[in-house]
Ligand binder design. Structure first.
Ligand SMILES: [Fe+2]
Length: 382
């Protein structure tokens, strides 16, 4: 078990980016972010901290919500041109994923598309610092960068230990501006990481510790962070939860919910967090009796109030508490409610694609088939 890189946590720690860069001895960095961070002035502040430390900063603020291979290649080209020896990722999972990929593209030739797969990156990247501004993806502590190829719409991860960030600066003040819908969806992504790592076949006592730390915080603080975004305690606890859940995922992987969620993103443009939030209660109900002790404990962490029930009912209460959470967060709870044009005719293709997401499927506690995927989509329809 490992937790990659060094992490600092607390209001204001993002200003330490300059000091870290100075200690690394670099003279030029690329800051990878999106239009929201530029509009909020956060990108300017972070580049200011770098500048004050004597580090020249190249800004790229064009990362899209579903980041592409093409965008990543363009940022890498910019970084190579300016001889950037440090990458700073500022934003949600998309920005951090692109930043991680750029770090290894600076030291390896060619396109990001060549490295989609597992362990295909030959050379170590330049140092990378992640500054998350959402609380959910856990990208600041994982070795994956998920990128979509614009040419054929196929989504694939660069999965390689060389993508582990060197530093994560967890500054809850940067998450205060997240609107409720983003807070809710990204928070549910973190919850899904923790739950799938906790109940998966690769779970270990170490990943369990991280997953438990995440689940208890999410059960207690996700509603508050969503509906009272100025509550710094709730924001802080959710940012920690996201980091812990990411650590659990980095060590134990995710499961069928993530695999089933991918086609919703790839085929219909549904956001990753929202897709997981929608599916996670159905998957929990499907899996609960294959690993009842774990689902029962997860239900307790999520505050289901099911401690007095028999084990079977406790395990199933996990799915019920997830239903309640999705409803409280006002997220769509059926495929129909997404209004994304999904019909039963799409299920065979969606199920085929989900089964193709091999590692999460193999990690799921209850073995999955194309038929069981179709049955799950059907159940989630309305
Ligand atoms: Fe996720």
């Amino acid at each position: 078990m490992s937790l990659a890189g060094k992490a600092q946590f607390g209001p204001g720690v993002s200003r330490n980016v300059g000091e870290i860069a100075r200690k690394l001895g670099v003279s030029s960095a690329v800051l990878v972010t999106d239009a929201t961070m530029e509009q909020l002035g956060t990108a300017e502040r972070i580049s200011g901290y770098l500048h004050d430390a004597g580090v020249e900063c190249c800004l790229f603020a064009g990362v899209e919500p579903e980041p592409s291979v093409e965008t990543t290649d363009a940022v890498a080209e910019l970084a190579r041109e300016h001889d950037c020896r440090l990458v700073v990722g500022l934003g949600g999972g998309s920005c951090m994923d692109v930043a991680k990929a750029v770090s290894v593209l600076i030291t390896n030739t060619g396109s990001a598309g060549q490295y989609q797969g597992l362990g295909l990156v030959p050379n170590k990247g330049v140092p990378k610092i992640m500054i998350p501004t959402t609380a959910g993806t856990g990208s600041e502590v994982t070795f994956t960068a998920v990128l979509i190829r614009k040419s054929d719409g196929v989504k694939g991860g660069i999965n390689d230990e060389k993508l582990f960030p060197d530093f994560s600066l967890l500054d809850p003040e940067l998450t205060l501006s997240m609107p409720p819908c983003v807070t809710a969806a990204t928070g549910m992504d973190a919850l899904t990481h923790a739950l799938e790592a906790y109940t998966g076949r690769n779970a270990s006592p170490f990943s369990d510790l991280l997953a438990e730390a995440a689940l208890t915080r999410i059960g207690r603080f996700l509603r508050v962070a969503t509906w009272n975004g100025h509550d710094l305690e709730a924001r802080s606890e959710m940012l920690l939860a996201s980091y812990y859940a990411g650590g659990a995922l980095a060590n134990a992987g995710v499961g069928a919910c993530h695999a089933l969620a991918y086609p919703l993103g790839g085929m219909f443009g549904v956001g990753h967090g929202m897709a997981n939030a929608l599916l996670v209660p159905y998957v929990a109900r499907h899996n609960a009796l294959s690993r009842p002790e774990k689902y029962a404990t997860a239900a307790v962490f999520l505050d289901a109030g099911a401690e007095e029930l028999p084990l079977r009912d406790q395990a199933l209460a996990c799915a019920d508490v997830l239903d309640e959470l999705v409803a409280d967060l006002e997220l769509p709870s059926t495929l129909k409610a997404l209004k994304a044009g999904i019909t039963a005719e799409h299920f065979p293709e969606m199920a085929g694609k989900a089964m193709g997401v091999a590692r999460p499927m193999e990690n799921n506690p209850r073995p999955m088939t194309k038929e069981s995927c179709m049955a799950l989509y059907k159940e989630a329809m309305e």
